[in-house]
Design a protein around this ligand. Sequence first.
Ligand code: SAM
Ligand code: SF4
Length: 480
Amino acid sequence: MESGNKVIDEAAQGSATVVESENKDGRKVYIESYGCQMNFSDSEIVASILVKDGFSTTKNLEEADLVFVNTCSIREKAEQTVRQRLRSFQNAKKNKPELQIGVLGCMAERLKSKFLEEEKLVDIVVGPDAYRDLPNLVKQVDEGKKAVNVILSKEETYADISPVRLSSNGVSAFVSITRGCDNMCTFCVVPFTRGRERSRDPETILNEARDLFNKGYKEVTLLGQNVDSYLWYGKEGLKKDYKNLSDEEKARSMNFGQLMEQVALISPKLRVRFSTSHPKDITDEFLDIMAKYDNICKYIHLPFQSGNTRVLEKMNRGYTREWYMGRIDKIKAVMPDCAISADIIAGFCSETEEEHKETLSMMEYVKYDFSYMFKYSERPNTAAAKKFEDDVPEADKSKRLSEIIALQNKHSLEINQSYVGKTFEVLVEKPSKRNDQELAGRTSQNTVVVFPKEEYKVGDYVTVKIDNCTGGTLLGKAVK
Ligand code: SAM
Ligand code: SF4
């Protein structure tokens, strides 16, 4: 299956970030990233900061002087993968003692002492808000010390850093618009690892998007843990402090819908995507703006986590089953052709079989194009870890997850079959993995389409008629 530009792209896990640099003789840094797209976007920021300090980036671990792993804490499995990688870097260090090894991102705060002192796996530990300090931290290691900075910030949005993305396809790029999260879902570690929510200055977002378009990019994805909550109020600061502002200051504010409209107006030839939306915050005003502009892609990632109101309340999600269904009804009323995807958790604390069935019935109600489906995994320090028992037996979690996956596969195939015979505008992203005489791109609905190359090339918008499909990919032919 061709992989689309997904928020958690399994095919991209562990890939190296490379950015443009003229420091050919400088020390080389290798950055490997795990987890969500925010982490991949952060790795580009890290690379840009280090390039400015004289480093160059490399895809080749063997030639690196400095190795960084940008880590994910969201589930236990993600942490285990990172540990294994760090151990293999330790082996590489045996042959190259001057090699510096560092941990970036979400695991930094929680595991700093373990990594640095107990297990002695790394030389540098840097949290997601401290990347500007990296040149300084590397110098400390040069001087024979261990270096750590995991301070979470009230202001840092890296607003002025617009990375050049050499590792990307030159067609689509990610632009961060918020950092951190204030939602405190009881299962989630993000508010602890990435701090409180802050919004980035819209001028810098618009400049970055314009600059990407001028460089030939055709698609930007605005990124945040909860993009609907975006709120710029004229200065850097925490979202929670908005209430303390004067009316005059509040009048200068900009919300997500307004930002989206400004980005869409850059050019009708620039597609705009966004992720992740939160069901409690996605507004009618925003959906109307989305419907108004053809270049705002008709695709919403709207995680519901559970279809049962009691479980949702226990998760502290801030909405009920009925509220969520109401949002879906509104999306379908305003944009009948809009694709919807979700995140779903199986076996959260105390979830019963009947409650799990409500998750399945929610899937039947919405018919998601795609879902990220997880077994609940208890994370240290979260409210769920402190207050609730992780009491759904592993076998039940697995059974529920496999039912969810089977239903999703059925729906994905049915939806793709319903696209057969229709024509879509496809933005071409790359040659197909299977056949270099074919191209792969995506529809506005985010579905991957593969079709014969003929005279078309990466970056073109091509009208393709669909004549066949699998559960993950549409197959077709360009219409002249
Ligand atoms: N901010 C986004 C939202 O609220 O929809 C998603 C953030 S999180 C990086 C991505 C997904 O990981 C969540 O939507 C949730 O389904 C899943 N997740 C988070 N914590 C989890 C946990 N402890 N166990 C299992 N899945 C989890
Ligand atoms: Fe985690 Fe909830 Fe914030 Fe998403 S909205 S990052 S799940 S706390």
